[in-house]
Design a binder for this molecule. Structure first.
Ligand code: NI
Length: 391
């Protein structure tokens, strides 16, 4: 990639991002967005497959020389939030808003498509562009796209998130675990209600629930390896109707976060056992509903190193080593199948009102970050293709 090439692609990125920003679509409803993407991909010279894993679009740019298949992914969905910004590209859909920057990911990846579309003749291998629906809502679009063959033949995958918590002009990632797994669980304790003054005739579901809250705290402190960060939180407890009535039922709900699949499975097993046995110890019955969210996002070491080298040379985005962060990402599923790297690209800039957290009604990004993201993704793909050796 030569200097100036991104500058040529940049005005279209801004225009497209603003178009998508005005017309956001919720997860699993990205019909118009996907049609818009497909049309631009065709103009850029890509072979296009639509309705991949729902409203997903796959664009494929095949070079005339042999080489690897490099996949790059952008997510396309918006959130159920009312846009409270005051600007000309503000959302025109009541209650729906691109408050996480996925419009910027889509626009940046369309820029990447145009770049490689012009270079087909000198391209060694294939660039596979994955425009993914439904990142924000479990089970997410990634699994469905993988099931529909989006990763077939793919050697490596890259993805970015434009990220306002870090300033524009920087970037961050890490080898190994970068983003947490997120699971949720709900416990219903069933006892036998009765008079508050005659507890011996009842099975008190609130006492069993209180014991359970405390017992669950022992999982992280006593069962999980102290070197594996993990969280078990009970965020919700509800039971009873009055001060002198022993509650027949008590409901608890919680969330589990970790950075390691072994710890994640262990915690699930322990929660199952602790719920069952604690309830039984108090003469109550408990049912557990456990919902697995996205797995831990684990970057490949070689590809994370490639990111640091490439970003260092680009001089538009100063790379830093990121601490693991607690939000989850379904990009994790691609990384379970093929090596790759997910990167946070700085998009924060108070001078451009890009200072609100993701999922905030006034969220915005410094659009320059799209140019940085496109430059980074192009350079990663070119670096991988250059080093590739036939097996
Ligand atoms: Ni997001």
């Amino acid at each position: 990639m030569e200097r100036g090439e991104i500058a040529q692609l940049y005005p279209a990125m801004v225009e497209r991002r603003r178009h998508l920003h005005r017309h956001p679509e919720l997860s699993y409803e990205e019909k118009e967005t996907s049609a818009y993407v497909a049309q631009i991909l065709r103009q850029a010279g890509a072979e296009v497959q639509t309705e991949v894993g729902g409203h997903g679009v796959v664009g494929s740019i095949k070079g005339s020389l042999p080489g690897p298949v490099v996949a790059i992914r952008a997510d396309m969905d918006a959130l159920p939030i009312q846009d409270e910004k005051d600007c000309e590209y503000k959302s025109q859909v009541p209650g729906v808003m691109h408050a996480c920057g996925h419009d910027g990911h889509t626009a940046a990846l369309l820029g990447v498509a145009e770049y490689f579309g012009k270079k087909k003749a000198e391209l060694s291998g294939e660039i596979r562009l994955l425009f993914q629906p439904a990142e924000e809502v479990c089970p997410g679009g990634a699994v469905a796209m993988i099931q529909d063959g989006a990763l077939e033949g793919v050697d490596v995958i890259y993805g970015v998130h434009l990220w306002t918590p870090i300033p524009v002009g920087t970037s961050a990632s890490a080898a190994g675990p970068l983003m947490a797994s997120t699971d949720e669980f709900f416990v219903d304790i069933h006892g036998r209600g009765g008079h508050g003054g005659m507890p011996h005739k009842t099975v008190d579901s609130v006492v069993a629930g209180a014991a359970l809250v405390m017992q669950l705290q022992s999982i992280v402190s006593r069962s999980v390896n102290p070197l594996d960060p993990a969280v078990v939180t009970i965020g919700f407890i509800q039971g009873g109707t009055a001060q002198n009535i022993i509650a027949e039922r008590c409901r608890l709900a919680g969330t589990v976060r970790c950075f390691n699949e072994e710890a994640r499975h262990l915690i699930r097993e322990r929660i199952t056992a602790v719920v069952e046995n604690t309830a039984r110890a108090y003469g109550a019955e408990a049912t557990l509903e456990y919902m697995s969210g996205y797995p831990t996002l684990v970057n490949d070491e070689t590809e994370a190193n490639r990111f640091f080298q490439v970003a260092e040379q680009l001089d538009s985005i100063k790379p830093e080593i990121s601490q693991p962060i607690m939000p989850a990402e379904d990009f994790a599923y691609y990384l379970q199948q093929v090596p790759g790297c997910f990167i946070l690209v700085g998009a924060g800039n108070p001078a451009k009102q890009a200072e609100y957290p993701h999922h905030h009604p006034k969220f915005d990004l410094d659009e320059e970050a799209m140019g940085h993201a496109a430059g980074l993704l192009i350079s990663l793909a070119e670096s991988y293709m250059k080093e590739w050796q036939p097996k």
